[in-house]
Design a protein around this ligand. Structure first.
Ligand code: AMP
Ligand code: MG
Length: 430
């Protein structure tokens, strides 16, 4: 007898998965290995940046008060008493009508309170003394990068959960972080199920297909910030599958299986969850593709039973697995970014389930346009290579027309949302 399953909405499915979030521990890595990791601690400024008043230009450090009467018709002459480049400090103190020739990044000498750029003055030498001639006045503080103007000592510069980008690396380097506290990546076990599966390097033989899900999911885990642990493919046999999965659970923080979660004669994952004693959170979601997506939980570990259909597998990962990875990494915006876009093709047929349509989203005249790509079937793999977003068509009694405004999930964008955008996903409640 075929098991009857009750679908829950995408919203409820996401909410129930979130209950099982865990946060990763801290580890320290070399600054050069920290790109795209997530900060495990807040970063505070332990000194001012800049640490001293400095010159942002090549020019002359002067006293603004001396320049008040300088005009084109009444140039003023300054004696140049010193010459410093970045990294050097002048030990001379400026007196009236004296200047120090100063290069970008050098510390402003004592007594000076402004800098005039090289291009705006004339210089000459007489009797082995150097002079600078000025034809305009300057304000006190002009062309000085003030101590602490970039970052004040004690201020929080970055909060934990920040993804480390090249800009963040510059900041960490500025504050002397040769090693960086980052969140330890979750280890995500990946097992592909299916007697039909060949290795990628195998030649095709009748009835078989290459295992594309494993490599796809490995890449998705890496992109999301997790550490993939590929544990191989297994054929559709209950005993063997159970043993492999039971053993796998000991090595991972989360476990992804692909395939075998449906109600077919060779779909053994439901039996395996039962035999393991795992609590099944849901085994049917009101969405297409991926309605058979199953999530279970056992001993603080979450088991994601993704569909074997490549597109369904992809969507299941983006909605559920990625979220738990991002929460683990302390990401403050763990939900995939959503935006409004203009639908570029009609979907006249109503669908009872929320539909996630693989799409290419582009910006034209400042507005997002979403063009569905490839065949809208869950078993299709080609469209995944072209898509960069998913159009969300809430289930219901009506279809959607070209030109309508729809919501899209921009899963390639690293900027996420703080919450599961309620106005979008509430409409996907069952
Ligand atoms: P299943 O979820 O096991 O019922 O599989 C659904 C469909 O996805 C079937 O057509 C499978 O052959 C296909 N499939 C299952 N696993 C994979 C995989 N690892 N790579 C590519 N296709 C797969
Ligand atoms: Mg199968």
């Amino acid at each position: 007898m075929i098991e009857k399953r009750t679908p829950i909405s995408v919203f409820e499915a996401v909410e129930s998965v979130v209950q099982y979030q865990k946060q990763g521990e801290t580890e320290w890595v070399q600054l050069e290995d920290s790109l795209h990791r997530y900060l495990a601690k807040d970063v505070k400024a332990d000194h001012h940046v800049p640490a001293f008043d400095r010159s942002p230009y090549d020019g002359f450090a002067i006293r603004a008060a001396d320049t008040v009467d300088a005009t084109r018709d009444h140039p003023l002459q300054f004696e140049v008493i010193d010459h410093i480049g970045a990294g050097a400090v002048s030990h001379k103190r400026l007196g009236p009508f004296q200047a120090v020739r100063i290069m970008t990044g050098a510390q402003i000498p004592d007594g000076a309170d402004a800098v005039i750029m090289l291009e705006l003055v004339k210089t000459y030498t007489e009797n082995e003394k150097n002079y600078m001639v000025l034809k305009r006045s300057v304000q006190s503080g002009e062309n000085i990068s003030k101590k602490g103007e970039d970052a004040e000592k004690g201020s929080v510069l970055l909060t934990k959960g920040t993804r480390i980008t090249p800009g963040v690396i510059a900041l960490l380097a500025t504050f002397g972080y040769a090693t960086v506290p980052v969140v330890k990546k979750p280890v995500i076990g990946i097992i592909a199920t299916g007697t039909e599966l060949l290795n990628v390097s195998d030649p095709l033989v009748p009835g078989k297909i290459r295992n594309s899900n494993a490599n796809m999911v490995i890449a998705q885990v890496e992109e999301a910030g997790g550490s993939p642990l590929y544990l191989g493919k297994i054929s559709d046999q209950l005993k063997e599958s159970f043993e492999v999965i039971e053993k796998a659970l000991k090595q991972v923080d989360f476990l992804i299986t692909t395939g075998g979660v449906s109600v077919g004669d060779f779909d053994f994952l439901p039996d395996i969850y039962e035999k393991l004693g795992a609590k099944v959170l849901f085994n049917k979601v009101g969405m297409r593709p991926g309605s058979v997506t199953t999530v279970a939980q056992l001993n603080e570990k979450v088991l994601f039973g993704l569909s074997g259909n490549p597109s369904a597998c992809f969507v299941g990962f983006e909605l559920f697995v990625k979220l738990l990875i991002r929460l683990w990494l302390l990401d403050q915006k763990p939900y995939t970014l959503t935006a409004k876009a203009i639908l570029m093709k009609s979907f006249p047929k109503p669908n009872p389930f929320t539909r996630f349509v693989r799409a290419h989203v582009s910006v034209k005249d400042g507005i997002f346009h979403a063009i569905p790509v490839g065949l809208d079937k869950s078993g299709v793999v080609t469209s995944l290579a072209i898509a960069n977003g998913l159009i969300i068509l809430p289930g219901g009694t009506r279809g959607y027309q070209v030109g309508e405004h729809v919501n899209v999930l921009l899963y390639r964008d690293e900027n996420g949302c703080e919450q599961l955008c309620p106005e979008i996903f509430q409409s996907c409640r069952s």
